[in-house]
Design a binder for this molecule. Structure first.
Ligand code: TRP
Length: 450
């Protein structure tokens, strides 16, 4: 178990990489391109970036403050900082529930990456026409055995890393994997923009056409920004509690958000030029990288190699994120339930798999089982991105902006007065007024229009 004095990450860069690893994930490489595709491209991207700057970074900073100040898990953090108002612990419990929900549907798509690594390595992805590729994707996702097997393998790998601990497992694995991920994605970008006809994809991504926007894309952009930055659930309360007392929280959160946004944009550059170059449809939805990209690989030189690189990239991104999801639950079990790290990781993983079975089967045998007209998988995805993450974010900003004394917030951001925090006024104004009001509007709009 982590000794209190040795709690957490060993350096600032280690903390940034681990947290950026948690943020950068399927949300950036699988979800981001398809929502950009469905919402018309550049104008959506612009809105997404605005949300990150205006709401994303302040919410992220708020979570990190709660974590580092309390030095506790999601629930313990609120007990420590609000000892007289136990109700705040409910916010921590909500975060834990959200972690279970996200991990259970996330692990389905994470499992698919393993299947696609195998398919691309043994050449089965190559030499197929678009209809055959679509057929392969649907018969794989609709079956039960293989998707479930890959899902549990992925959950198992995640559990092993988490059992190894914060420094030796999480920090070490992410410091190896993240640079590799950056390298692989840059390779993919270069390949994509050097294809003949790539300009159309670049234009789609960067030349804004505001007529394509509507209220719905506005809300989708916010949900995507929150999901991608891993905020609104308290993941960064847990990672925040591992950040050293001497590190600068503002620059740390800027680096995390910057890395996340960079990888999202790079994924767009890796995917859209290739999609347009081969005359494929950018609006195909969640199957974009699994159905459209294999066609792209099929029609390019060394396609098989690029397919292998791409799906490994996707698996790495997913793994560093599932690690962060599991760690949130595990730290709570270690500190509150006094379980050992191993017991916590194994039992939570099993529980997540049990819920995850429903998500996997919702592509096959349980396809007809609908909640509000959505399959279990779609329901969990929408429920978290559209409702629970904004609600969590609202509660975190109220906690920082209205509950915690202003002097405490200042003290934490300035490391006890050692750092200059010239931005404090703006930050405080955003978390106290702008963010809660904006989030409230978003949540109410969602409830009314859905
Ligand atoms: N941000 C990750 C991604 O983009 C997913 C994720 C990990 C997440 N931890 C989270 C999302 C916590 C919300 C909250 O793939």
């Amino acid at each position: 178990m982590d000794n209190k004095n040795e709690r957490g990450f060993s350096s600032n860069i280690g903390a940034i990489i681990a947290a950026a690893g948690g943020a950068v994930g399927l949300g950036n490489i699988w979800r981001f391109p398809y929502v950009v595709g469905q919402n018309g491209g550049a104008a959506f991207l612009l809105m997404y970036v605005l949300f990150i700057l205006l709401l994303g970074i302040p919410v992220m900073l708020s979570e990190i403050i709660i974590g580092r100040r309390s030095q506790r898990n999601l629930v313990g953090a609120f007990r420590t900082l609000a000892p007289k108002h136990k109700a705040w612990m409910g916010v921590g419990v909500l975060g834990l529930i959200v972690a279970f929900i996200i991990y259970s549907f996330y692990s389905v798509v994470a499992g698919w990456t393993l299947n696609y690594i195998v398919l691309s390595c043994n050449g089965q992805l190559m030499g197929k026409n678009p209809a055959e590729i679509t057929q392969m994707f649907s018969s794989f996702t609709q079956s039960s055995f293989w998707p479930l097997l890959y899902q549990i393998v992925f959950i198992g790998i995640t559990a092993i890393v988490v059992i190894l601990g914060v420094k030796k497992g999480i920090e070490k694995s992410t410091t190896i994997l993240m640079p590799l991920l950056l390298l692989l994605i840059i390779v993919m970008c270069i390949r994509s923009i050097s294809l003949p006809g790539a300009e159309k994809g670049i234009k789609f991504l960067f030349k804004a056409d505001f007529s394509k926007l509507n209220a719905d894309s506005f809300l989708t952009a916010l949900g995507q920004a929150f999901f991608s930055l891993s905020i609104g659930m308290g993941a960064l309360i847990t990672y925040g509690s591992y950040i050293r007392k001497e590190d600068n929280l503002f620059t740390t959160s800027l680096c995390i958000a910057g890395a996340d946004t960079l990888v999202a944009i790079l994924s767009g550059i890796a995917i859209f030029p290739a999609v347009f170059a081969f005359g494929l449809n950018p609006t195909s939805g969640p199957s974009l990288v699994y159905e459209v990209l294999p066609n792209v690989f099929n029609s390019m030189h060394y396609g098989q190699l690029f397919a292998i690189v791409f799906f490994i990239l996707l698996a790495i991104a997913a793994l560093t994120s599932t690690i962060s999801l599991l760690e949130v639950v595990v730290l709570w079990e270690i500190e509150e339930l006094k379980w050992s790290r191993r017991k916590a990781a194994i039992l939570s993983s099993l529980c997540i798999f049990l819920i995850g079975i429903g998500c996997t089967l919702s592509f096959g045998p349980l396809q007809g089982f609908k909640i509000f007209d959505l399959t279990i998988f779609e329901f969990f995805d929408q429920l978290t991105a559209v409702y629970l993450l904004p609600i969590g974010a609202l509660l975190f900003t109220i906690f920082i902006g209205w509950y915690l004394p202003k002097t405490d917030v200042y003290d934490e951001l300035s490391n006890g007065g050692k750092l200059k925090v010239r931005y404090f006024k703006y930050y405080y104004f955003i978390v106290r007024y702008i963010a809660p009001i904006a989030l409230l509007i978003v949540i109410i709009t969602n409830i009314i229009f859905d």
